[in-house]
Design a protein around this ligand. Structure first.
Ligand SMILES: Cc1ncc(COP(=O)(O)O)c(C=O)c1O
Length: 373
């Protein structure tokens, strides 16, 4: 059997990781400014993480959601405290798309409505409603194109208010910072107006913090830079540092109904032990503060480099927009300088390193970037 060939691959076989570095099968070391697509939050192969999940799998890896799982309860308590949402409830699943799918479903159960507002260039995942809310016709199959979504320009307050005033919108779904869309930041004013309009017209506000959350921008959630509180928040990627896991944080205005949501694997014992180990390391190593501090340094230094059209971002979620396509630049960074980076579209280089990136590693990235510019 062959693999179903949907990924254009770099010709590199990564076999080992440690902190912000990975190694290929030939022993070459790479600086990881990509974090396996924003997934590696506490660093590769962190000893506490390795010890915790090894111990858990040797004790009990999985049992179903039909019995008490105290690890889920511990995770909900600790995530509530660290994120500032301890009055919200937690529903655990396995991937970002699944988190958004459940968030939209909850919003529809709650409001009885079916229309959703999303934004130009948004990415919310590849399952049914999540992909319909994703502004990329190439990945929306005919079976997913069901006319639920109205796309609006990001930060266009008037267009958003006009649409919500129609009174039939179930939910607005918005990324804390658009990742795939090219590190586009919703303005504080826009988020405040959005919060107000959603409350006024009975629309559920869903913040997709799958890429921008979990400390990445120097606050636990990107929307916390603006001070608003959404009704539902979705998280994934960094929550398990590579263990497939996701969560929906749900405001107390939603009342749970037995059987309304469910999953076989979501919140299993092994996943919870991974997520709890991640939170231990967040606290012990002050990773949210580190993302703020090292991210500010990187942003400042990158803005000094000539030849970059625009540098945008917050904390360790940074986009470098170039006049020309970056494909060649990214390949040279990888093969000549041994640096992994991400991309958004054709012209934006995306940085999503582990949140433990040190000042020295940030400086090292700048040195290596300068060599290929
Ligand atoms: C903002 C955002 N939402 C949703 C998703 C989908 O997550 P997953 O690939 O885990 O389904 C992603 C993945 O890149 C994302 O960046």
């Amino acid at each position: 059997m062959n693999l179903f060939d949907v990924y254009p691959l770099f010709d590199v076989n990564i076999v080992k990781g440690k902190g912000c570095h990975v190694w290929d099968d030939k022993g070459n070391e790479y600086l990881d400014l990509y974090g396996g697509h924003a997934v590696i939050s506490i660093g590769h192969a962190h000893p506490h993480y390795v010890e915790s999940i090894s111990r858990q799998v040797g004790t009990l890896g999985f049992y179903s959601n039909s019995v008490i799982n105290t690890l889920q309860q511990q995770l909900a308590e600790r995530l509530g405290k660290i994120s500032g949402y301890d009055d919200y409830s937690l529903f655990l699943i396995n991937s970002g798309a699944e988190a958004n799918e459940n968030a939209l479903k909850l919003a529809s159960f709650h409001t009885g409505r079916t229309r959703v507002i999303s934004f130009n260039k948004a990415f919310h995942g590849r399952t049914s409603l999540a992909v319909e809310a994703t502004d990329n016709p190439k990945i929306i199959a005919p079976i997913n194109a069901n006319g639920h979504i109205t796309y609006l320009p990001l930060n266009d307050t008037e267009a958003m208010q006009t649409e919500l005033a129609k009174g039939d919108v179930c939910a607005v779904i918005i990324e804390g910072i658009q990742g795939v869309g090219g590190i586009k930041i919703p303005s504080d004013d826009f988020l405040h107006a959005l919060r107000e309009a959603c409350t006024q017209y009975g629309t559920i506000l869903i913040l997709d913090e799958i890429q921008s959350g979990y400390g990445r921008t120097g606050k636990f959630f990107a929307h916390q830079h603006s001070g608003i509180r959404p009704d539902i928040i979705t998280v994934a990627k960094g929550i398990g540092n590579g263990f497939p896991m996701a969560g929906v944080l749900i405001s107390p205005m939603f009342k749970p109904v037995y059987g309304q949501l469910g999953t076989t694997f979501g919140g299993n014992h092994l996943a919870c032990s991974a997520a709890l180990a991640v939170l231990d390391v967040f606290e012990q190593e002050h990773l949210v503060e580190n993302a703020a501090c090292v991210g500010a340094f990187l942003l400042e230094e990158l803005k000094k480099i000539k030849g970059i059209k625009e540098v945008r971002g917050k904390g360790l979620m940074i986009g470098l927009e170039f006049e020309d396509p970056i494909k060649e630049l990214r390949l040279r960074l990888l093969h000549e300088q041994h640096v992994f980076t991400g991309a958004s579209g054709t012209n934006v280089l995306r940085l999503l390193p582990p949140l433990c990136l040190s000042m020295d590693e940030a400086q090292e990235f700048i040195n290596r970037l300068n060599k290929v510019l």
